[in-house]
Design a protein around this ligand. Structure first.
Ligand code: MRU
Length: 364
């Protein structure tokens, strides 16, 4: 019998608690944190135990299941709505969490709440949260397939630069931009990945490089700001990144550093693709200038504070950044104007060219 490859499950629902792979510790340790309450879940989202727009949304909905499960007396709907708003505030840029909460509240509406006893609401909520995991994996596989079609069948070797982490850690599995990389490998291409470091949280050099190592996909970590050199000195076939929020005109918010990468890619005539599910589109906006950008703690830059546990022990070797008494700016995301984006790969098809009409046609 062929050995089954273990699937990385970073969000694991145990029925009475949610187990989350602690992404702050990867690749040094593979440890899970158990969430038993909505507050535990909010802590894990804020502190980036769990991160990546789809993973945040799915985790958040499991948090609401826990909120219902922990309701001892009668559920007060107004209070429950207040709790959903606290969850929503945990990380403001990715739209996935907001859309998931809105969709979930159609199911657990005030009407449903009046008509159903609490155990029934819990059952409905649990089913909804589990279906999100299933659906996300299905969508990512479809993105992967659509992404493979962007490349010539004749080409045997493909080199891709990616930013941040959009893999199994950030989704229910497979991934979006990294999903395309996995699908290219599965389709028989020899893929080489360049993982942009992604400062300050180092999602590229810690998380993407780790996922590639686990998958045995050849990967080079490249330092932030190295892309211009890379495009001049290596054959890069495409840049593929994820998204946290896409405006109706295609302007895309993603991890800080994406915009600079897109400009350099265009200047060097390298195709720049965004890979995302329909749940990354925010049709309530006019354009990318309306996307709220999360400003994070300046200590993430000056002291690597996010890589310390509660006792102050660092997960990384000492000396990577020395503690310094300076202010730092730490916007977590930037917005890439649509003119720099060659195509948006979704589970429903590829949006190319990137404009309002095409976006409406494919995902609207
Ligand atoms: O701050 P993070 O790590 O949550 O930022 C993640 C990203 O920017 C990803 O590219 C995006 O969420 C898509 S993940 C499929």
């Amino acid at each position: 019998m062929k050995a089954q490859k273990a699937v990385l499950k970073s969000i694991d629902w145990k029925g009475d608690k949610l187990s989350l792979l602690d992404q702050r510790k990867i690749p040094v340790a593979k440890e899970f944190i158990d969430c038993k309450t909505l507050d535990d879940v909010i802590f894990c989202i804020k502190s980036m135990v769990v991160r990546g727009a789809p993973a945040i949304a799915m985790t958040g909905i499991f948090g609401l299941v826990l909120e219902l499960k922990n309701t001892k007396e009668k559920l007060v709907y107004e209070k429950f709505l207040r709790r959903t708003r606290a969850l929503l505030d945990s990380r403001p840029t990715a739209v996935n969490l907001r859309l998931a909460i809105e969709d979930y509240l159609k199911l657990i509406s005030e009407k449903a709440y009046i008509a159903n006893p609490l155990p029934e609401l819990i059952k409905l909520s649990e089913k909804y949260a589990l279906s999100m995991l299933e659906e996300d994996l299905k969508w990512n596989l479809a993105i992967g397939k659509n992404g493979v079609d962007l490349f010539s069948k004749k080409q045997k070797e493909i080199s891709i630069l990616t930013h941040c982490n959009t893999g199994a850690l950030a989704t229910a599995g497979h991934g979006t931009a990294i999903g395309i990389i996995r699908s290219l490998r599965d389709a028989g291409y020899k893929v080489t990945v360049y993982a942009d470091e992604t400062r300050p949280y180092q999602q590229g050099s810690r998380l993407t490089a780790w996922e590639m190592q686990e998958e045995k996909i050849p990967c080079y970590i490249v330092a932030e700001g190295m892309s211009a050199w890379l495009f001049q000195n290596r054959k890069i076939d495409a840049v593929i990144v994820g998204a946290d929020r896409i405006a109706p005109n295609g302007d895309t918010a993603n991890k800080i550093g994406t915009y600079a990468l897109a400009i350099v890619a265009k200047e060097n005539k390298i195709p720049f693709y965004v890979a995302a599910t329909k749940t990354s589109f925010d049709f309530s906006l006019k354009d990318g200038s309306q996307i709220p950008i999360e400003m994070r703690d300046e200590e993430e830059l000056t002291q690597n504070s996010f890589l310390k546990d509660t006792s102050g022990n660092s997960y990384l070797p000492k000396g990577i950044l020395s503690p310094i008494k300076s202010h730092a700016l730490n916007p977590a995301f930037d917005v890439t104007p649509s003119k720099y984006i060659s195509g948006i790969v979704t589970e429903l098809g590829v949006i190319q060219p990137v404009n309002k009409r095409e976006i409406k046609r494919v995902v609207g």
